[in-house]
Design a protein around this ligand. Structure first.
Ligand code: FES
Length: 314
């Protein structure tokens, strides 16, 4: 459900990175969240974007996110950096958490660039617990790495910084991972190259938890797609989804708007309850168990294995 918030503060954090702080428009408390959660902000230009929360989860008066100005911005980060102003009221959905911190005895947190945002909230949580943990924060250069001084305060000697330009290339992940205690849970967020490098070095992939900014591989029409019908349970409206057209676009053509953000199956903004039919999942969020249960699906990328899907939509 969307809620209205005020943008109360905007500040420069590092090269290309701005921090935004929000308070509830009605002056009340904001919903609870856990490290790893993100919110979906609908900008005044109509674009919806997901940003990880990186403030203190115990502070229900304020939410903080940090936004990297993407070189190939599609209108989200460029708007935030160039046009969004303190005092604006924005609609926000969430928080939603596709990257929760599970109980464990030992953790390694790995952040690359703006991937520090969910990892910072995790570091703050772990610093308050009696567990073994350490973190690796990598970036191309120190100037573009947000929250450096805060992280030194949170993690102290547990923080290992790696700046590619100072250290002559990317970090030696094999050595870092080999130095972890058995069973260490690894949480990683950052650019695809970092995630792929960590994935390739993990001896036990079950210990790795990652959050992507982009789908690992673009979701493309396979050529063997067939048409199916979607029924909106609330109104009974029936919409045919043609091959090569997404469910969200088919619904939009019929006047049913579903909030989307990434449109790549990685953020969860368009997650919708399935009341009937068998989804064909193409997202990067649901676990194998959730896929088999077939109770929810991402309408931006997923399709249908049966002739009809009944969805929990008005
Ligand atoms: S819009 Fe992000 S998962 Fe569908």
């Amino acid at each position: 459900m969307d809620r209205l918030v005020w943008l109360t503060q905007q500040r420069w954090l590092a090269e290309g990175v701005h921090e935004l702080r929000f308070r509830a428009s009605d002056g009340g408390e904001l919903p609870e969240w856990e490290p790893g959660a993100h919110i979906t902000i609908t900008l005044p230009n109509g674009q919806a974007r997901d940003y990880s929360l990186c403030s203190d989860p115990a502070d229900r008066t304020e939410w903080t996110v940090a936004v990297l100005r993407e070189r190939d911005s599609r209108g989200g980060s460029s708007y935030v950096h160039e046009q969004l102003r303190v005092g604006e009221q924005l609609a926000v959905a969430g928080p939603r958490n596709n990257f929760p911190l599970r109980p464990a005895d030992s953790y390694l947190l790995i952040a690359g660039g703006i991937g520090i945002t969910p990892i910072k909230a995790m570091a703050e949580r772990l610093a308050a617990q009696e567990v073994e943990w350490s973190m690796l924060y990598c970036g191309r250069s120190r100037a573009g790495m947000a929250y450096l001084s805060e992280l030194h305060g949170i993690a102290g000697a547990r923080l290992r910084l790696h700046c590619d330009d100072e250290q002559g290339g990317p970090p030696d992940l094999a050595t870092i991972l080999a130095g972890c205690a058995d069973g260490t849970q690894v949480y990683c967020c950052g650019p695809e190259a970092l995630l792929a490098a960590v994935e390739s070095q993990m001896v036990d992939p079950d210990l790795l938890h990652i959050e992507r900014f982009r789908a690992a591989a673009p979701v493309e029409a396979t050529g063997d797609e067939s048409a199916f019908d979607v029924v909106c349970a609330g109104s009974g409206l029936r919409v045919t989804v043609q091959p090569g057209v997404s469910i969200v676009d088919s619904l939009a053509s019929a006047g049913v708007e579903v909030l989307t953000s990434c449109r790549e199956g990685i953020c969860g903004t368009c997650e919708t309850k399935v009341l009937g039919g068998v989804p064909q999942h193409r997202d990067s969020i649901l676990t194998d168990q959730e896929r088999s249960a077939g109770e929810t699906m991402m309408l931006c990328v997923s399709r249908c294995q049966s002739a009809e899907l009944e969805l929990d939509l008005p």
